[in-house]
Design a protein around this ligand. Structure first.
Ligand code: CA
Ligand code: CA
Ligand code: CA
Length: 373
């Protein structure tokens, strides 16, 4: 039995030599506290089970194999499916499973196919994307959009009384309304990395196949994200989690700049205090964040994961900011294929693309281990 092989602890497969009568078989099995579960006549073998706690399966395999009546006895090994996705462009997503398809180093990836053998994500997990909005009509995102269960669309009424009229997919504090439709494309690309619908036969796959996307549009008409908008968005996240029971486990923040802000810091602390992990891009200026601080990735708060970008050789991307103490992890961020506006797909690069790989993984973990801190 190979080290680490999984097998049933109560059953094994047994075949008798020719000439051993059924009565002799039953008697021999009974003397080892075994009973027949099922016979496989086409291979002249049977599945048997232990009738007492008794000996271990490896011990039984050894004991039975030594008997002259036994042709073989073996564990009932348990196999695992090798799960990849059927999305046609999955093979281009080198960051998930690097086979050298883009000229890089095989296995310089985040081992997602291995992770997916265990878990592909839960539809009860919500990932908040605070960005330029999300194209919630994209065919590879639509089914994974979070929909506010307490709100009725387009009736001009704040049905759930949360202070926002018709907030179906999230809100748009950048414009002061409840429509987080993306007009830039950045947030749509980010959302596709965390949570494009997996295994639906079209397009790309999210790190998390099933997690729901809450769209929070922090960009105003200029395209920038003012702290006022990002703080209002964080307030919305905390409110929806703590007062409305929405299972937001992680938020993604692929933006940065400006100076340290106590309000932003307090908003992040409130958000992480509510159990929402804060994943942030480290920035694209190639500089050391320990020397020149980046925000929001650089606040000294325990709930922040600051993400640098790596390439298909597992090297730090040339543009990526870094920092021995202020940056926590690297993730794929060069030539990343994901969803774009108008139902399309395209490549983008940046720590913005690296960060959602991490947010997607946090979502996977939270779904696989409910109640984890
Ligand atoms: Ca509302
Ligand atoms: Ca409404
Ligand atoms: Ca897909």
């Amino acid at each position: 039995i190979p080290n680490g092989a999984a097998f049933s602890q109560s059953q094994l497969l047994v075949a008798f030599n020719k000439g051993v009568t059924p009565a002799q078989q039953d008697s021999l099995l009974a003397s080892h506290n075994l009973a027949v579960v099922k016979r496989y006549d086409f291979i002249d073998a049977m599945l048997v089970r232990k009738t007492t706690e008794g000996k271990s399966i490896p011990q039984l395999v050894n004991d039975l194999s030594a008997l002259p009546q036994i042709r073989y006895a073996e564990p009932n090994y348990i196999k695992q499916v090798d799960r990849t996705s059927n999305d046609p462009r999955f093979s281009e997503q080198w960051g998930y499973n690097n086979t050298g398809q883009t000229g890089g180093t095989p296995d310089a990836d985040i081992d997602l196919t291995e992770a997916w053998d265990t878990f592909t994500g839960s539809s009860t997990t919500v990932i908040a994307i605070l960005d330029t909005g999300v194209d919630y009509n994209h065919p590879d995102l639509r089914a994974n959009m979070w929909i506010n269960p307490g709100e009725i669309a387009d009736d001009g009424i704040d049905n759930d009384g949360n202070g926002y009229i018709d907030d179906i997919y999230g809100i748009d504090p950048g414009a002061g309304d409840s429509n987080p439709m993306d007009e830039d494309g950045h947030g749509t690309h980010v959302a596709g990395t965390t949570s494009a619908v997996g295994n639906n036969g079209i397009g790309v796959t999210g790190v998390n196949w099933n997690a729901k996307i809450m769209a929070l549009k922090g960009a105003d008409a200029s395209g920038g994200l003012p702290n006022s908008a990002t703080i209002e968005a964080m307030n919305y996240m905390v409110m929806m989690k703590t007062q409305y029971g929405v299972n937001i486990v992680v938020s993604n923040h692929s933006y940065g700049g400006g100076g340290a802000s106590q309000a932003e810091r307090d908003a992040i602390a409130a958000s992480t205090g509510a159990g929402i992990v804060f994943v942030a891009a480290a920035g694209n200026s190639g500089t050391d964040n320990d020397v020149n601080a980046d925000y929001p990735s650089g606040y000294d708060l325990p709930g922040i994961i600051s993400v640098a970008a790596t390439d298909h050789n597992d090297l730090l991307a040339g543009f990526s900011q870094f920092g021995l103490t202020t940056v926590d992890v690297g993730a794929p961020g060069v030539a990343i294929l994901s969803t774009t506006l108008g139902g399309g797909y395209g490549l983008l690069q940046g720590t913005s693309m690296a960060s959602p790989h991490v947010a997607g993984v946090v979502g996977l973990l939270a779904g696989a281990v409910p109640g984890a801190s």
